[in-house]
Write a protein that binds this ligand. Sequence first.
Ligand SMILES: Nc1ncnc2c1ncn2[C@@H]1O[C@H](COP(=O)(O)OP(=O)(O)OP(=O)(O)O)[C@@H](O)[C@H]1O
Length: 294
Amino acid sequence: MRYPRVTALDRLTVEVGAGVTGLVGANGAGKSTLIKILLGLADPTSGSATVLGHDIRDDGAQLRGRVGYMPEHDCLPGDVSATELVVHLARMSGLPTDAARERAADTLRHVGLYEERYRPIGGYSTGMKQRVKLAQALVHDPDVVFLDEPTNGLDPAGRDEMLELVRRIYDDFGISVLVTSHLLGELERICDTVVVVDAGVLLRSSTVADFTRASAKLAVEVAADPDAAAAGLAAAGLRVSRDGPLLLVDLEGDSTFDVVRDVVADQGYGLVRLEPRRHHIAEVFEQEVDDVAV
Ligand SMILES: Nc1ncnc2c1ncn2[C@@H]1O[C@H](COP(=O)(O)OP(=O)(O)OP(=O)(O)O)[C@@H](O)[C@H]1O
């Protein structure tokens, strides 16, 4: 997708299956552009895409009937209530009036809007507005939803609640989700698959499990002084490094667990935690950058 001054998406080839998929990239990476193309709202300058088997160039109206869309920016009219807006949009999607009312009430309740839903949206907090945007994306029971930065502008507690809601869209209703964020960490928590885009170029697309594959280290936390415990474990023949209060022991096999247990018990270090370490996605990227730098 080329705009006059910038190539927003550059030879991006990606396939996304059912489940919750995260689309992550810095501001300007091309996430919103990709969503608008997939909705058939923006015409790519070259290339092709299909959504649920519909070609984006020819079947825009049909595919939008099966897709829900939560736009990024504040686009809600301030002088109507959440109920009025969501009922209206449900009817626009083809639901008869009674069904639209019923679905709107259910959906607003599901996203956590109760009595407030009868008040004008203009007086809502950012978190409530995000919930209205989410409700209207779900009200016509789509097969897939595209959520553009649903956690934008929310405080940490609001982010957690929104992420939980996003995950439940698939777990409770079987509606697949494509959700964008510039924060890798939050997508890692709720997504099955993550697609990483940078300046319009695909960096990586893989399952979160692949990203966060277990590293060959055992994280050990003890109540005693970690320096003393590190020395004790090293004396037993283990290779030990430190990550703050955590001791990272090279995992040679199952016997490493036994050696750690025995040393910690014999020396009375007081075991707090013993677990194979998993990478966070961000660490995988840092590692890849380090490898390239080396
Ligand atoms: N209508 C447009 N005309 C010209 N350039 C555009 C247009 N829309 C987006 N761009 C440019 O395309 C690039 C990708 O923008 P896009 O909004 O898709 O990124 P994004 O990853 O969604 O970021 P953000 O979260 O900030 O919206 C940016 O450089 C942006 O300035």
